[in-house]
Design a protein around this ligand. Sequence first.
Ligand SMILES: NC(=O)c1ccc[n+]([C@@H]2O[C@H](COP(=O)([O-])OP(=O)(O)OC[C@H]3O[C@@H](n4cnc5c(N)ncnc54)[C@H](OP(=O)(O)O)[C@@H]3O)[C@@H](O)[C@H]2O)c1
Length: 260
Amino acid sequence: MTSHFKNALIIGASSGIGEALAKKLASDGTRVALVARSEDRLKAITGEMNNNDPVTNTDDAATSNSEHLYFVHDVRNTEEIPELLQLITRSLGGLDLVVYSTGVMHQVAFEEFDTVKDLEMLEVNLSGAVAWLNPVAERFGRLKAGTIVGISSVAGDRGRSGAPAYNTSKAGLTTYLEALRNRIGRYGVKVVTIKPGPVDTPMTEGLSGLLWLISAEKAASIILKKAKRGSVTAYVPARWRLLMFVFRSIPSFIFRRLKV
Ligand SMILES: NC(=O)c1ccc[n+]([C@@H]2O[C@H](COP(=O)([O-])OP(=O)(O)OC[C@H]3O[C@@H](n4cnc5c(N)ncnc54)[C@H](OP(=O)(O)O)[C@@H]3O)[C@@H](O)[C@H]2O)c1
């Protein structure tokens, strides 16, 4: 099978959008490396993608014959990243797509100011992305090729009273991705910013009243289309673009009265 991408790395691949992306890429013929913390989940998903052949973990990845590989890693351990990226690239035999899908969204009550929860969201959603995508950008810039996809969110388009730190992490990620594109786009590297609305994943489990909720598989299929095209910014699904345009146009003196 001829696939658009030969070798892909998905960071945050043990559930939700990352898992759906890994499976879709594998079924398209791309060799995939999956990264997250939950080894049991990674093992099961990678096993399924390998048609239940033996699955490889970090220790023997470089010598493995498995098509798809998993690597257990917490993105907060940033010092591990440069070496892990090298190991993954070597094990796959190259790299032409990297997706940063890692994220946490803690529920925060309206009057809650919990610094521990807030800093974890910034660390995982934003600092982890910078720590992974900096060395990827350096490599792709040097090679003058490659596609980077960052899963940001519609949540980053406005500072909503209900989720200050989550919104900030996504606004920061969107800005970082734009800046990265402005640095390495000139060398032919694609940097794609994805802004999904609600997607049915463990992150949104138990939340009610979610507008235009779509499945992780649907989101993955749209995201991969945008990645192949090398889009700049894609709302997922596309109708969020218009809604967020309106949302961003609400004057601050009105917006601050809304409990969103
Ligand atoms: N679902 C939505 O409605 C929605 C909407 C807009 C944007 N997004 C964004 O889409 C991305 C994927 O979210 P999802 O909905 O697919 O959520 P999910 O199912 O909860 O997946 C999150 C992924 O991040 C990984 N992760 C979390 N903390 C980590 C850490 N410290 N180190 C390494 N990996 C970590 C998780 O794996 P482990 O727990 O195994 O480490 C998991 O693989 C996130 O960035 C999210 O903010 C989601």
